[in-house]
Design a protein around this ligand. Structure first.
Ligand SMILES: [Zn+2]
Length: 308
C-alpha cells in the first residue's frame, strides 16, 4: 500500500519533471549566469582592492574553462574521476621513406642478429609489477592492450635502478619498475614482461586517457603503457635541466627494442612519447637531452617509419 503510493508519487514527479524540463533547464542556466555575474562583481571588487586591475568577464570565463580542464580531485566524488581533456601529442618522429642510411641499417641488422650478447632478462621483486587489468577499480571493462611507449631516464646508474626494482615494496604507492632498461654501453635488461604491467608512471594520461585500477591511487597510463628507461650519463645524476645525452650504443639498442614493440603490438611510431609528456603531476621532465633525430634515423633504417 505504502509502496503503491510511493510508486505513484514517483511516477507523478517524473512526469512533472519531464513536462517542465525545458523550463527547469532555462531556469538553471539563468541561475548559473546570475551567479557568474555576482561572482564577477565580487571578484572584481576583491581584485580591485589587491591589484587595481579589473579582470574582464571574458578572462574570468577563460579561467573557469582552465579549471574545468584540470583533473578532478578523486576524493570529491565516489564516481570514477575523468582524465583531463586530450592533450595532443605531436610526435617528433616524422614518416621517413627516403634518405635511409644503409650503413646504419647494416649495423643495426648485425646487432640484432647477436642480441643474446647484449640483451638479457633480469628478475625483479614481484611486488614491483603486476598484471594488466581488464576492469578498472569501478568494475568497468577497460582495454589493457599496450598502446603507448613511455621513455624515461634512470637519473642514477643502471645498478642503482635495478637495486630499487629488486627491493620488495609492499605498499602500492612505493612500487616502481620499467619493462626495459638500456645501459650507457648498449646493454638491454628486460625486467618486466611487456604483457605485464610495470609501474613506470604515477599520475599520468596520454591523449585524454588513463586507467584507475586502484581507488587509493590516481589515474595513470601504466595499464596500457610500455615503459623504457635510458641510463643517465654519470654527470647527469642531478636535477639539472639537461646533460650530455645518450650514447650511440644506447640509441642503437633503443631503436631495436622499440622496433620489436612496434611490430609485436602494431604500434604507430607516434605512440612513442616521454614521461615528461604524460606526467600530470608537473614533476617529471625525463628523459632529459633526448635526441629524437637519432631515434628517427634508426627507426627509418629499420623500416618502421615508412609503413603503408
Ligand atoms: Zn620517468
Amino acid at each position: 500500500m505504502v509502496r503503491d503510493r510511493l510508486s505513484r508519487c514517483w511516477i507523478g514527479l517524473r512526469h512533472r519533471v519531464h513536462e517542465h524540463r525545458a523550463l527547469s533547464l532555462t531556469a538553471a542556466a539563468a541561475g548559473s549566469l546570475a551567479l557568474g555575474l555576482l561572482g564577477w562583481v565580487l571578484v572584481d571588487h576583491v581584485g580591485l582592492s589587491h591589484a587595481g586591475v579589473r579582470p574582464s568577464l571574458m578572462e574570468l570565463l577563460e579561467q573557469m574553462g582552465e579549471e574545468q580542464d584540470r583533473p578532478r580531485d578523486e576524493n570529491s566524488s565516489s564516481l570514477s574521476p575523468l582524465p583531463p581533456k586530450s592533450r595532443s601529442w605531436r610526435s617528433p618522429l616524422a614518416r621517413q621513406c627516403s634518405d635511409i642510411d644503409n650503413g646504419l641499417r647494416s649495423r643495426l641488422n648485425k646487432l640484432d642478429a647477436r642480441s643474446s650478447s647484449w640483451r638479457a632478462f633480469v628478475k625483479i621483486d614481484p611486488t614491483n609489477f603486476g598484471e594488466r587489468h581488464d576492469k578498472d577499480a569501478f568494475g568497468r571493462r577497460i582495454d589493457a592492450t599496450p598502446r603507448v611507449v613511455v621513455l624515461h631516464e634512470t637519473v642514477y646508474s643502471l645498478t642503482s635502478a635495478l637495486n630499487t626494482f629488486m627491493t620488495p615494496h609492499p605498499r602500492d604507492e612505493d612500487q616502481v619498475s620499467y619493462h626495459t632498461l638500456v645501459g650507457q654501453d648498449g646493454r638491454v635488461l628486460d625486467i618486466v614482461d611487456p604483457l605485464k604491467r610495470a609501474y613506470g608512471a604515477g599520475f599520468s594520461a596520454f591523449l585524454g586517457e588513463w586507467a584507475i585500477t586502484n581507488k587509493k591511487l590516481k589515474g595513470s597510463v601504466n595499464n596500457f603503457a610500455l615503459h623504457l628507461s635510458l641510463e643517465t650519463p654519470p654527470s647527469g645524476a642531478n636535477a639539472n635541466g639537461s646533460h650530455v645525452g645518450y650514447t650511440t650504443q644506447q640509441y642503437d639498442a633503443l631503436a631495436l627494442v622499440l622496433s620489436g614493440w612496434i611490430r609485436s603490438f602494431n604500434l604507430p611510431p607516434a605512440a612513442i612519447t616521454t614521461h615528461r609528456h604524460v606526467d600530470l603531476g608537473g614533476e617529471r621532465g625525463d628523459p632529459r637531452s633526448f635526441d629524437w633525430s637519432e631515434l628517427q634515423a634508426r627507426l627509418a633504417a629499420l623500416g618502421d617509419l615508412c609503413v603503408t
